[in-house]
Design a protein around this ligand. Structure first.
Ligand SMILES: Nc1ncnc2c1ncn2[C@@H]1O[C@H](COP(=O)(O)OP(=O)(O)OP(=O)(O)O)[C@@H](O)[C@H]1O
Ligand SMILES: Cc1ncsc1CCO
Ligand SMILES: [Mg+2]
Length: 267
């Protein structure tokens, strides 16, 4: 693979293209994720019914799949959409929310993993247990530091032949051969629900414009979040005002500022 690309160029192209992103996400995340994509410059569509999800994925730029509040009908819609995306050679991103919590989630996640996601994005607890380790989390919030998940992420990326992104106080992205750490963001980010789910959808937006380079696409999406989160936190009184400032910051960020302020350590 070539060098990981600077995120500013990808942001410029993403805004110009305003890619249509099919987001199959959970009930909690649907509204905030759609607003995050609109603010960032993409065009979200929450389309999940089995009857239409595959057809839609055939013309969307990318697909994102999140199991946060899944049920059998939703899983059927996800599989139909993944079939459509795969047939159209479009990238798809998996967010395995709390996949370790119940037998149903474990089974659904195993079935989705077998369909070969282009990118997996999760918090540290999710990535550690997806690689076969033991995490201390029980629900959707992480209980582990990202540093503990880095080896797991590398193993998972090699095994699945995909990009793996672990998010938290720092972020780690790997394709099993090349890896980066990103810093930035804010402690307020995990205090606003579904920002991780929304980030998964934004990874889809960037992957739509760089389907051949999902590593650079993922890094650009995470950098867009990290810089916007850092900017939004200054002046925020708490999670409430952070939430709307964050949307404004996603929209206001220029490609130049993204390249200037992103803290990306190539490993
Ligand atoms: N302590 C922190 N400091 C800075 N940024 C953080 C911190 N925790 C999370 N973030 C950022 O918040 C965003 C969401 O990541 P997080 O790991 O919280 O996702 P998640 O646990 O899947 O969230 P959710 O399930 O609520 O959607 C990422 O951009 C991440 O970098
Ligand atoms: C709170 C919550 N419960 C299921 S999904 C979700 C959104 C954060 O992952
Ligand atoms: Mg999550």
């Amino acid at each position: 693979m070539n060098e990981i690309q600077f995120p500013g160029n990808l942001l410029r192209e993403m805004r110009e293209a305003a890619p249509l992103v099919q987001c199959i996400t959970n009930y909690v995340a649907m509204n905030i994720a759609a607003n995050v994509l609109l603010a960032a410059g993409a065009s979200p569509a929450m389309v999940h019914a089995e009857e239409e999800a595959g057809e839609f994925a055939g013309f969307a730029g990318a697909l994102t799949v999140n199991i946060g509040t899944a049920s059998p009908q939703w899983i059927a819609g996800m599989k139909a959409a993944i079939g459509g995306a795969t047939a159209a050679r479009r990238p798809w991103v998996l967010d395995p929310v709390a996949h370790f919590a119940t037998a149903y989630r474990r089974r659904a996640t195993a079935e989705l993993l077998a369909l070969a996601p282009t990118v997996i994005r999760g918090n540290a607890s999710e990535i550690i247990s997806l690689a076969g380790g033991t995490s201390s989390a029980k629900g959707v919030d992480s209980r582990d530091p990202v540093e503990l998940a880095e080896e797991a992420a590398n193993e998972l990326a090699e095994r699945q032949v995909c990009v793996v992104a672990v998010t938290g106080a720092t972020d780690f992205v790997t394709d099993g051969r090349h890896a980066v750490r990103l810093s930035g963001g804010s402690v307020l980010m995990p205090k606003v629900t579904a920002l991780g789910c929304s980030l998964t959808c934004l990874v889809g937006a960037y992957a739509a414009i760089r389907p051949e380079d999902p590593l650079s696409a993922t890094v650009a999406a995470l950098a867009h979040f990290a810089v916007s989160g850092e900017r939004a936190a200054s002046g925020s009184d708490g999670p409430g005002s952070f939430g709307w400032r964050f949307l404004d910051a996603l929209a206001a960020l220029t490609p130049e500022a993204l390249d200037g302020e992103a803290r990306i350590e190539r490993l």
